[in-house]
Design a protein around this ligand. Structure first.
Ligand code: UD1
Ligand code: UDP
Length: 353
């Protein structure tokens, strides 16, 4: 079977890595990069470090408003899919690249598979929520990472083509842990294992308004312990625009985004993670690192249920309280699969006609 996989943003390169490896054993894969993320440290490094094949196409759409960016992607995708005529289109997660891929496949009458189907934050103000809902409702094959995702789909009347396969990010995390451990990322950055806080931040609701971003920055500079912060380009731009960069860099080790192995190395050796990322909440859970999430809701309820993830929003005092006092110790009983989600996806695709 000929499968067209569509990726475009950092977390999608990571998700596609194990799936691409598996599906190429029995199928022809055409890998299409929309170009949504384009900085070397947001894109190329992931292809190198995770050994992802070079994309057959890079549409080079770059940044823009949601409508423009998605429209540019759709235009490019239609041309490529018209030329390649795949038997199935595969999309990942919930970005605008997911949305564009799903819409174009559906309009061209091509079967669609969605990896990481069924996630919901129940907050339609998040662009990702809209993207996921659309992708799920257009998919013939829905690869759900968790039982919660299956329930969400059932509630929306989606039961056909739904498969519980586990989380492909868990596959990658397990496969990469050893290589990450052997890296001296922590020492290289002048940090001490178990003592520092790792921060990531990029949600528009946290970084696009000066007041909110400033509230978060105040918490980070007053954390009372070392903080390392690989800064997403959206956030870097806004920290500069709002005049917050200098305030931050006095106390916080603000660095460029790092590659996946360096990130996992930093995560495993951190005392706590402070984040608004979807993927990072899960990785903190996988490696037993307490996670302070700067949001009011999460798609990843499993990380909350055993008490390893605290949702605190963006108020300085709430963040500081969690940084000082959130110290979960209990068991981690929730399943993100058996570490072979990509293989399960590939076996299902083998049978798809
Ligand atoms: C996107 C996804 C989000 C995902 C995140 C992962 C959507 C709507 N959002 O958010 O779901 O969690 O990726 O990181 O699809 N920029 C650069 N260089 C780059 C990429 C972006 O400078 O390589 C800057 C540009 O100023 C751009 C801004 O970051 O305008 C935002 O990029 P964009 O891809 O639109 O959204 P993200 O915030 O990255
Ligand atoms: N990540 C990385 N380098 C960084 C920050 C994050 O490799 O500097 C990885 C992280 O391990 C996780 C993924 O990027 O696997 C999460 O991506 P992001 O937070 O951009 O998107 P989200 O998961 O929120 O969609």
């Amino acid at each position: 079977m000929k499968i067209a996989s569509i990726v475009g943003a950092r977390p999608q390169f990571i998700k596609a890595a194990p799936v691409s490896r598996e599906i190429r054993q029995h199928h022809e894969e055409i890998l299409i990069h929309t170009g949504q993320h384009y900085d070397e440290n947001m894109s190329d490094v992931f292809f190198e470090i995770l050994d992802i094949p070079r994309p057959n196409y890079n549409l080079g759409v770059g940044s823009g408003s949601h409508g423009r960016q998605t429209a540019d992607m759709m235009r490019g995708l239609e041309d490529v899919l018209e030329k390649e005529r795949p038997d199935l289109v595969l999309v990942y997660g919930d970005t605008n690249s997911t949305l564009a891929g799903a819409l174009v496949a559906a309009k061209m009458g091509m079967p669609l598979g969605h990896v990481e189907a069924g996630l919901r934050s129940f907050n339609r103000e998040m662009p990702e929520e809209v993207n996921r809902v659309v992708a799920d409702h257009l998919s013939s094959l829905l690869f759900a990472p968790t039982e919660t995702a299956i329930s969400n789909l059932t509630r929306e009347g989606i039961t056909r083509g739904v498969h519980l396969v586990g989380d492909v990010m868990y596959d990658v995390a397990l496969q990469s842990a050893q290589a990450a451990r052997s890296r001296d990322t922590v020492g290289r950055l002048g940090l001490t294992r178990g003592e520092y806080i790792l921060v990531t931040l990029h949600r528009p609701q946290n970084v696009d308004q000066k007041e909110t971003l400033s509230s978060i920055v105040e918490a980070l500079v007053n954390a009372g312990r070392p903080v390392v912060f690989p800064v997403h380009p959206r956030t870097r731009k806004n920290l500069a625009a709002f005049g917050l960069w200098d305030r931050l860099s006095a106390k916080v080790k603000a660095i460029e985004p790092v590659d996946y192995l360096d990130f996992i190395a930093l995560l495993m050796a951190s005392a706590k993670v402070v984040t608004d990322s979807g993927g990072v909440q899960k990785e903190a859970y996988f490696f037993g690192v307490p996670c302070v999430t700067l949001r009011d809701e999460t798609e990843w309820m499993e990380t909350m249920e055993d008490g390893w993830n605290a949702l605190v929003g963006a108020e300085t005092e709430d963040i500081l309280h969690a940084i000082r006092n959130f110290n979960p110790e209990g068991i981690k009983s929730k399943s993100f699969g058996d570490g072979h989600a990509a293989e399960h996806i590939a076996r299902i695709l083998d049978k798809f006609v």
